[in-house]
Design a protein around this ligand. Structure first.
Ligand code: ADP
Length: 162
C-alpha cells in the first residue's frame, strides 16, 4: 500500500495544487490532502471551509486506482504522516525560490521520520506562478483568477468579498 500525504495550507486550493494531485495519482494507492491548521496565520478560509471545498472538488479528478481523502492536522507534518501510515510526503516545486525552503523541510522531516520520503513534483508551466496568496491578493483587488483556481473556489472567494 503506497500512501502519501500532500500537506499544505490550501488557503485556498488552486489549479496548481490540483495539478500536483493529478500528477501524484499514478504514483500512489492513496493520497491524503492534509490541510494544515496553523494558529499563527490568519487565513481567508477556515480549515473546515477549506476541507469542505477540497472534498467537493476532488471527484473531478479522482480515478478508481488511487483513493483521495482530505484531513486536517496541527503540528509537525512528519508526525501526521507517521500517524496516517504514509510512506511519502508530496510537495510541489514551482521555481528555485521554492527549492531552498522545501529542501530544508525535507531534510528535517527525514531526520524526524527516516522512513518517510519526500517526493517533489514539478509544477505545470502554466501554473508555475500561481500561489494561494497571489490568487487572494489579485482577487481582492478586483482582478480575474478564472482558470487559475477551481470554479467553486472562485465562487467562495466572491462570497467572502461580499
Ligand atoms: P504551504 O504553506 O505548506 O507552502 P501551500 O498550500 O502554499 O502550503 O502549498 C502546498 C504545496 O503545494 C507546496 O508543496 C507548494 O509548493 C505546492 N504548490 C503550491 N502552488 C503550486 C503550484 N501552482 N504548482 C505546483 N505546486 C504548488
Amino acid at each position: 500500500m503506497r500512501r502519501a500525504i500532500f500537506p499544505g495550507s490550501f488557503d485556498p486550493l488552486t489549479n496548481g495544487h490540483l495539478d500536483i494531485i493529478k500528477r501524484s495519482l499514478p504514483l500512489f494507492d492513496e493520497i491524503i490532502i492534509a490541510v494544515l491548521n496553523n494558529p499563527e496565520k490568519k487565513p481567508l478560509f477556515s480549515v473546515e471551509e477549506r476541507c469542505v471545498m477540497i472534498r467537493e472538488i476532488l471527484p473531478e479528478i479522482e480515478n478508481d486506482k488511487c483513493r483521495l481523502t482530505v484531513d486536517s492536522f496541527e503540528g509537525l507534518t512528519a508526525d501526521f504522516a507517521k500517524r496516517s501510515g504514509a510512506n511519502a510526503i508530496v510537495r510541489g516545486i514551482r521555481a528555485i525560490s521554492d527549492y531552498e525552503y522545501e529542501l530544508r523541510m525535507a531534510l528535517m522531516n527525514r531526520r524526524l521520520e527516516p522512513t518517510i520520503e519526500t517526493v517533489f513534483l514539478m509544477a505545470a508551466e502554466e501554473y508555475s506562478y500561481v500561489s494561494s496568496n497571489l490568487m487572494k491578493q489579485v482577487f481582492m483587488l478586483g482582478g480575474r483568477v478564472e482558470g487559475l483556481v477551481p470554479e467553486l473556489v472562485e465562487a467562495k472567494m466572491r462570497e467572502k468579498l461580499q
